[in-house]
Design a protein around this ligand. Structure first.
Ligand SMILES: Nc1ncnc2c1ncn2[C@@H]1O[C@H](COP(=O)(O)OP(=O)(O)OP(=O)(O)O)[C@@H](O)[C@H]1O
Ligand SMILES: [Mg+2]
Length: 403
């Protein structure tokens, strides 16, 4: 507790062991977060997991049942929303319909009796930032959804908050506009350097925009990390499943020497990584492997040149010239360490433009999905239903997850 509090002084927002109950129901369950200064931080999770409630506690619209919230090291319990150095952009941005764009953005400053000249300057600056100066005299109903969203953002930014809270601010926009606004928002955030806390249930949106993401489920923080960390090293099954597509196969922990661990998938021992998590021999675990981290290779002998393998390398590895320029892929793949190569049979092959998506049955009768890029992969070959293949992955790409 003492160390957690000491860390708060450097964080833009510190959430320390915060719980929120509504009657008997626990909406937020003892969560702790350290949100850094200038960071684009996202709260990501399914509907009802407690994202909005967490944001509302930071804003001051809700009080924690337990725990403490700090903004720049200062505890904010008892401080009303309008006195906190934060501003919120809501999903239904609620612009004043009878006011122009300019008046909507200037409203907060006028309430604070800011000098007229300063209002002019600041509203001008922030409208330029969101690329709306030419629409300053329009009313909200004369604007597109994306433009209204930008007005809402300008209205929050004009107050120069230390922290901007955004609750699904792009939720009302269609997909194409949302994608454009994601990049724009991220650009604006890096220009103004304000800490953004961004709520979304859209995993792709969170991956695109965030410096770090807190993945939430059922009131709990499941994992906090950079997008790549969350995607490639999910800590548990919920995170692996919620973000992207993943194969899950069940097995038992076998040999545990070195960096990688053997998992027995029912008479099919393969390698994976637990990323330092403690395991016990014989423990039942789930192996999580992303479809795009798995490769397929043809069985039997293949032409070395066609496979894109360097001839000199082959000569070196196998000591001497290989006369017919043919090699068994398994032999070749075995030359790299910590590789997994198992037999498979293609059950389904679906062409989806950039990729082909295969369903492959392994020797233990488990089915897994594999995504192979249609161009640029090392062995540029497609497979048909019924083909036998080598299924290959690097041990570091198979995450061993415990219950
Ligand atoms: N004022 C309230 N009284 C009772 N229960 C509430 C209240 N506010 C929120 N809840 C409950 O707390 C849980 C978390 O709600 P919250 O709005 O934080 O979810 P969320 O993650 O923002 O979901 P969504 O993605 O649907 O917006 C939900 O089960 C919700 O019904
Ligand atoms: Mg919500």
């Amino acid at each position: 507790m003492a160390t957690a509090e000491a860390q708060q002084s450097t964080a833009a927002v510190g959430v320390v062991e915060v719980t929120k109950r509504f009657g008997e129901f626990t909406a937020v369950d003892n969560i702790s977060l350290d949100i850094r200064d200038g960071e684009f931080f996202s709260l990501l999770g399914p509907s009802g997991c407690g994202k909005t409630t967490t944001l509302r506690m930071i804003a001051g619209f809700e009080q924690p049942s337990q725990g403490e919230i700090y903004i720049h090291g200062q505890p904010v319990a008892g401080i009303p929303p309008y006195r906190r150095p934060v501003n919120t952009v809501f999903q239904n941005y609620a612009l004043f319909p009878h006011m122009t764009v300019y008046q909507n953005v200037a409203f907060g400053l006028e309430m604070k009796k800011t000098p007229k000249q300063e209002i002019e300057r600041r509203v001008g600056e922030v409208l330029a930032l969101v690329q709306l100066p030419h629409l300053r005299d329009r009313r909200p109903k004369q604007l597109s959804g994306g433009q209204q969203q930008r007005v809402a953002l300008a209205r929050a930014l004009v107050n120069k908050p230390e922290v901007l809270l955004l609750d699904e601010p792009l939720g009302a926009l269609d997909l194409k506009l949302r994608k454009a606004m994601q990049l724009e928002l991220k650009q604006i955030q890096s220009e103004v350097g304000i800490t953004f806390i961004y709520v979304t249930h859209d995993q792709e949106e969170a991956l695109t925009m965030s410096d770090r993401i807190a993945v939430m489920d059922a009131g709990l923080v499941q994992q906090v990390g950079a997008p790549r960390q969350i995607y490639e090293h999910p800590q548990n099954r919920f995170v692996a499943d919620f973000i992207g597509e993943t194969n899950f196969v069940t097995g038992k922990v076998g040999e545990m020497s070195g960096e990688f661990t053997t998992v027995d998938l029912g008479n099919l021992p393969v390698l994976g990584t637990a990323d330092g998590r403690a395991l016990a021999l014989g423990q039942v675990v789930t192996l999580a492997i992303r479809p795009e981290k798995i490769n397929l290779y043809p069985q039997g002998e293949v032409d070395i040149m066609k496979a894109g393998i360097d001839m000199d390398e082959i000569d070196q590895l196998f000591g001497g010239h290989i006369p017919d320029k043919k090699i068994d892929m398994r032999q070749w793949l075995a030359t790299e360490q910590n590789n997994v190569v198992v037999d498979g049979r293609v059950q389904e092959a679906i062409y989806i433009g950039t990729d082909t998506r295969y369903r492959v049955m392994l020797d233990n009768n488990a089915s897994i999905f594999v995504r192979v890029q249609n161009f640029g992969s090392r062995y540029d070959q497609t497979f048909d239903v019924g083909n036998t293949v080598y299924v290959h992955w690097a041990a570091e790409n198979a995450q061993i997850l415990t219950a």
